[in-house]
Each structure stands twice: as structure tokens, then as C-alpha cells.
Design a protein around this ligand. Structure first.
Ligand SMILES: [Mg+2]
Length: 183
């Protein structure tokens, strides 16, 4: 049985591929309600620790990253990066500041991307996902079904936290424009 109120988190990952097994080099996440971003989390993760844990990288994505801005790359390739275990631990800590396992609603950009990669990464370190599968939410579906035009961009493209903030603001515009109540 779902416990209310649900707690909503917009997640964006920077990764080394598009497969469910892909290495996660950065986690960006906002905690938000109907109208506001209430807290945010950003954690770079070392690529080597992902590969050591058995996550994968796609050559095409590695090459794609080499063509992105220095700001985008340095949003995860920096001295704050921790290993995968520690990064996921910190992420769970952030979620648990604001939610329980049953009230936690993660939003990903695509029904088959961010959340699926995270569930796989948790599995690789021997942990369960910190939410119930029935609370998975898809921002991309909302964006495509409820059109609101161009939404102003926040920060750097492909910085996980800036992408998560921009997605949250886009969702807020959808909720406001179409009078949708977040439950
Ligand atoms: Mg991104």
C-alpha cells in the first residue's frame, strides 16, 4: 500500500553509455514539491570504480564526452569524485533525509534510463534500490504528452545537477500550465 504524501525526486545521471549496465559518473538530484525545489544533491563518481564494479562503457559515449564542453566534463571529472559505493551511499542518505523507502518517488528522463541504470548499479554493489518499483516516474513522458514550449535552461548542459534542476523547472511549468496536482 502506498504511503502518502509521496516525496518527489528528479534525477539526472551522467553516464558512459546508454545500456542499463552503464557506468554512472555523476548523480544529480532535486527534492521538489508542487511548486518548489526544496533541496538538491550532486555527486561525481570515479569511472574506474564503476568499471571495477562491473559497469560498462560504450566507445561511442566515451567519444561523445570528448566533444562536450570543459564545464560539462569537469562537472564529474573532478577532485570531488568518490567511488561507486560511497557515491550511492551518499545518494541514499540524501533520499532518506526527505523520504522513506515507500514514499520515495524517483523521476528519470525516460522510462528506461536513469532509474534503470541506478537499480542496476545498486545491484552491482549488493544493495536493493532505495525505493519501491511502483513509484518510478518518467519525466520524458510528461514532457512529450504535455507540451509547454521551450523552458529556460539552468546552468551547464550535461551537468547532472543542472540538468535535474532544469527538468524540475520544466515539470513545474507543466503542472502549472495544465493544473495538474502532484500526488
Ligand atoms: Mg544530463
Amino acid at each position: 500500500m502506498i504511503q502518502y504524501p509521496r516525496r518527489h525526486f528528479m534525477i539526472d545521471l551522467e553516464t558512459m553509455g546508454l545500456k542499463p549496465t552503464s557506468a554512472i559518473v555523476s548523480i544529480g538530484c532535486t527534492f521538489f514539491n508542487q511548486t518548489e525545489i526544496l533541496d538538491q544533491f550532486h555527486q561525481p563518481i570515479t569511472l574506474q570504480s564503476c568499471l571495477d564494479a562491473g559497469l560498462t562503457q560504450d566507445q561511442s559515449t566515451v567519444e561523445w564526452w570528448s566533444r562536450q564542453s570543459v564545464d560539462a566534463r569537469s562537472s564529474w571529472d573532478n577532485e570531488n569524485a568518490v567511488d561507486l559505493n560511497e557515491g550511492l551511499l551518499r545518494f541514499v542518505h540524501f533520499l532518506r533525509l526527505h523520504s522513506s523507502e515507500k514514499t520515495c518517488c524517483p523521476w528519470g528522463n525516460g522510462s528506461d534510463f536513469d532509474i534503470v541504470l541506478l537499480v542496476n548499479a545498486f545491484d552491482k554493489i549488493g544493495a536493493d534500490a532505495p525505493w519501491k518499483f511502483y513509484n518510478h516516474h518518467c519525466f520524458r513522458t510528461m514532457k512529450n504528452v504535455f507540451q509547454v514550449g521551450d523552458v529556460p535552461r539552468t546552468g551547464t548542459y550535461h551537468s547532472a545537477i543542472d540538468d535535474a534542476i532544469t527538468q524540475t523547472k520544466h515539470l513545474h511549468r507543466i503542472l502549472n500550465t495544465y493544473s495538474i496536482q502532484l500526488t
